[in-house]
Structures are given as C-alpha cells and as structure tokens.
Design a binder for this molecule. Sequence first.
Ligand code: S3P
Length: 755
Amino acid sequence: MARQATIPRESRLLIVGLGLIGGSLAAALRRSGFEGELLACDPDAEEIARGVEMGLIDRGDTRLSAMLDGVSLVVLAVPVLAMRGVMEELAAALGRAAPNLVITDVGSTKSAIRQAAEQAFGRLPPNLVLGHPIAGSEKSGVAAADPALYVGHKVILTPAPDTDGDALARVRALWCAAGAEVLEMDVARHDQVLARTSHLPHLLAFSLVDTLARQDERLEIFRYAAGGFRDFTRIAGSDPVMWRDIFVANREAVLAALDDFEAGVARLRRAVEAGDTDAMLATFDRASHARHYFDSLLNQTSYQAEYQMQAHGKLRYRAGPGGAVTGRIRVPGDKSISHRSIMLGALADGVTEVSGFLEGEDSLATLQAFREMGVAIEGPHQGRVTVHGVGLHGLKAPAGPLYVGNAGTAMRLFAGLLAGQAFDTELTGDASLTKRPMGRVADPLREMGAVIETTEGGRPPLKIRGGQRLRGIAYDMPMASAQVKSCLLLAGLYAEGETRVREPAPTRDHTERMLGGFGYPVEREGDTCWLQGGGRLTAAPIDVPADISSATFFLVAAAITPGADLVLEHVGINPTRIGVINILQLMGADLRLENPREVGGEPVADLHIRHVPLKGIDIPLDQVPLAIDEFPALFVAAANAEGTTRLRGAEELRVKESDRLKAMADGFAILGIEHQLFDDGIDIVGGGGEAPNYTGGRIDSLGDHRIAMAFTVAALRASGEIVIDDCANVATSFPGFVTLARRVGLSLQEEQEAS
Ligand code: S3P
C-alpha cells in the first residue's frame, strides 16, 4: 500500500553506484516529486549516460571527488566489498559537501560495512545511517531501474546509539518517499535475520543450479525443468559479484544458518531413507502451513483471510438496526473441545480422526504448536483433522517459542502438559494474552515440582523447564476454572501418584470426558476429580459439536428480535455449558431443545428459539461458571428485557480476552443503556417493549471477539447503526460469523479501518 510521505528536502543527492538499487531509488524519488538535484557517480561511464538518458539523474561522473560539491545526502549503493574504498575516498574529500551532510548505504550486510566505516572515517560518524532495502531483482544495471521497486517493501535501518537523530529522520524520509516501510534493528540482528531469509536461499539456488548444470554440460536437463525448478532457482540469476561480497562479508551468520539447514536436510534425508512417512508428513505439513502464512502476509490476502487483518487489528463492523433472525444454521465447532482433540490426539498412541474441528485461530494455534513439536497432523480440511499421535512421551523440543496468539485455553493447558516434558519450552501470545494471569496455573504446577518462570504479576511469556519430576497434589482451586483444572490433570498424566482437583463450582468437563474416551480413567466424587499418572492414551475418533458459546450470539439475536424463528443445529449441550440456555429460559425465552442425542461422549441437540418478550432476572450464582463466556451476549438480552437483570459473582469476567464487565459497560454507556457496574457483576435496566431500546454509536471491542459479536447482535434493537472497531479477533473463535449473521437476516458490513 502506498502511503502518503513527505518529499525529502535534500538540495542535492548523490547516488554512488548507479545499478539496479541506486537507479531504482533515483526513479522512485523522481516519481515522488523530489525537487532536489539527483547526481550519480559510477565507475562505468555508460551507466551514467544511460541514467541521464532515462531521466533518472541530472548528471554524473566516474570520480567521486568531482561530484561532492554542495551535496547534502550521499547514498552508497556499491557492492559490499567496494564500500571501504568508496568510504575512504569520501572521507578524504568531505570538505566539498554541505556542512550538514548525511551518508547512508544500501548494503546487504551491516557488520562488515560498519567495520569498513570505522576504518575509513576513524570512528563511526554520527551522520552515517547504515541501511538496507529488502528489495531487489535478479536483474542488474541501471537499465533495470524500477520506480516501484521499494513500494510496500521493508527498509531496515541500523542506527548506532550516537547516530544523529536528524540524519536518521532524513534517511527515513528518503525511503518513505520511495514507498517503503522503514524499520530499525541492531546490526547483529540484521545480519542474522538476512543470513537466514536472504543469503541462505541465494546460496541454495546458486548451488542447485550449478550442481545440475555440472551434471549435464550441455544443459539439456533444463528443458525438462518446469515450475518447481523455476520458482526455486530464479534468484540464481543474480549478480555474482554482489553475492560473492555478501558471503565474504556475512560469513559467520551465513555459516550458522547453513549449519541449521544442513541439520534439517539430514533429518529429511534420514526420513526418506527409512521410509518414515510420519516424519516426512510432519515436516511437510509444518512447512506448508508456514508457507501459506507467509504468503498471506506477503499478498495481503490470506488462506485465513482474517489472520492478516488481525495482525494489524484493522477490521471494523457496521451493524445496522432492524434486521431479521430466521432460518436453520450450524455454527462452527466447539473451541474448548477442538483444542483438547488436538492435545489428546497428539499424546495418544494411534491415529485420531477429528471431525467438526473449529478452524479458528485459537484452535489452529494449538494445532500449529504440536506440529512444531514434531506431531504429524493432516488438515484441517472442512473440519476434518487427522492427528498421528506420538504417545505421552513422544513430543520433540520445538525450535523456538510456541506462539498461541489470543488463546488463553491453549496457554494454560499447554503449561500443564509441557511441565511434564523432558525439554524446555517457552509459551508466548498476543498483546491481550500477555496481560492475562498465568499465576493461577504456574503456582499449583510449581507445587507439583514444575519449574516455570513468568514475568511480573504472573504474566506470559511462560518459560517452562523440562526434565522435572512431577508429583501429584490435591489442589483446592481458588476460582472455578476449567482451564486450571485441565492444566493440572494434563500435568497429572506425567506426575507420580494421584493428582486431585477440587472445584468451588462445576466447570466444563471436556478434558475429563475426552480422557475417558481415550481410555484414561478419571474419577469424580462430588466437587473433586482425580487421576493417576503414568498411564497411556489410546486414539479415538472425535466428533466436535457446534459451539454453544458461538450459538449464543444467535440465540440472543433471535430472543430479542420480533418475528424471529431460528434453529441452531447440532449444538453441544454438555451440562457444564448450558448456563445460557437456563438463563434465557429463566428470562422467559421460547427456547426448546430438539432431537437430543450423544456424539463421541458429548450430548448435542438442535436449539429452536422464537421471539417472545424477555423479562429481567437475578442470575442464579450457580449458573455463572456454566455461562462464563456467554455474558457479553446475555447482557444484550438483558438490555432488551423488561426490568432489571442483576449479575454477581462474575469477577472472572474481568480477566478474559478483555475486562468484559468494563468493556460491555463502556459500550452500554455509549448506546444509552442504563446500568450499574460492580466489582463482580453488573445491573442492567432493560428497555422492554418492541421499540428500539437504545441508540446506535461507535464501540471499541478492545480486540475481544465476544464483545464484537455481542454489540453486532445489539444493533438489531438499536435506533441507529452500531459501528464496532477492532473486530478481527472474531476469527479466533467464529470464522465465518459475518456470512452466517447475514444469512439469518442481520444487516452487517465489514470494512478495513484506515490506519
Ligand atoms: C475454557 C474455560 C473457560 C472459558 C474459556 C475456555 C476451556 O475459562 O472462559 O473460553 O476451554 O477450558 P476458565 O476456565 O478460565 O474460566
């Protein structure tokens, strides 16, 4: 995306080395409306003549000293190993440049160029800003100059602590004018990153083409080389001198990257030799998904369209008033069960076939993390996933931190199962997850003998030391949390003796049920459940029901909308999850459970709901943990009921993806819905009747998927449009929400927020 950039105010700019990179910069500056003089210096007089002829530069010369008079900015665009000579010449002739001269370069390695500068100038000059545009082409020479070469590409600047701020700003302005996105990094990091992402692939491409060419001197073989070969080797056509210089200059970082690559190829070689199809599949699957993700970043489109938008947090909903809610739909699979299906499938002996898997970002993060620990997983393809279990002790150390995005469930459950592994791990997440409390799992895990580091206040990232002997404990949970319970049960699989968890109120029991389904006995008596460590899991098929938490948005939509009549198919109605059904029925909703049945150890039914007026209620305390994720939507039901609805005992809502009590109250204040906020709950005064109960307005979802969907539903009874910011995270739990909402009759548009 081209961005508005101010035009650099340099009076006279000199490009030293008028090849593809220097020439394209001149072309881009010309196109941006740059009004200063553009000069070039190059040892090849023909290149200069061509540059003038193409209108890229005003004039040029083969001698640097002849070009420096009054120059305010010099861009060094010569091959890396030529930098030192050019810098020495520059140091000797500096008197002719303007007093506020700025120097920058475009070299692909930075340590070697910094060293050259220190030698040439006697120290690193504060007016020298080292930089590197991550753009190029296999073509070379000024004739290939392209004014769009840098548009949308990154330029990395590597300023030193005493680099002059004004010089840095002027170099930034230069690249912004060329359409690039400017980042800063330190020199060492730059060289490591580029060794892996650029230098190594070039080395491999050169080597592959050369190897094949040597085997067939007449190059006959290339006749048969089609797309794969062409895609892989395009960059082997790049400038040999430039690349020789890069490998000389960035030797250490390139060798380290090459070592890792060789180890990876050796692993694959062994897999091919041994016919180890699981190992091959694990590698290919991991790579294929990583490549798709990379593609989506690169193309600004996505195999999960929302993923990229989430990275930028720029999706906005416009929900119009007065929609309808009718039809028959099935919402996506249950998030809690989807996470667990991958976790237990991976730890089981045998192959687990999952259907109805939620292809949302949270559960996909769990899936990806297991791939990174060496588990072969096929899919998801339309909700089908095949997990090739590795057994309780078969996970392998991941190469880096495991990133679980927005998923609290993934982080907390992983904490338990990773505490029992032989290797160290680190769990990281997005900005929202990084604020959420992890002491609730780290503390009891430490009691079991785990070694876990958190940051201050028990926040992520979690660093988990492997190789610890865990002991079973009896734990009295201070809060009703299925995540904490599940975390401890998973750690308990690896612990000596018995792990017991007592819960202050019933919480979702999917972990216990699924462990049972995988042949691992979990006992329960009253409020306590327990298991013995040291058993094994046996793969079993899993049919994931539709998520009652996602269904809730449509249940509330239908409950509050005159004329609504909706069926939600195949919804999970596990007794530990049906708080929303009980609460809506207490409010007077016409909600029936049809065709109840059981699939894979979980009860399901079709939920049929028709609009009838609702009344406000005091929400029974025992329903709170059973409806914990459903409150944002239930508050919207309350805002449309006759009378006041009161909720207490729900302090857990403060530590979800956002502080949901505050987020909803803030939104209600904007829409003019009367309410009173308490530490552990809220009172909401409903409008009742059939007229709009509140106004429209602009709401911040705070990146919380359930806040975004709740206010979308609220719009059905608003007098005007509700605009909701920061909605991309809806994809964490409910991919396809907008399409489904429109299908039943909601008026909903999505748009990119301007940054
Ligand atoms: C979940 C448990 C709940 C719930 C979350 C999913 C689970 O969290 O809010 O969305 O899958 O175990 P707590 O157990 O922390 O309340």
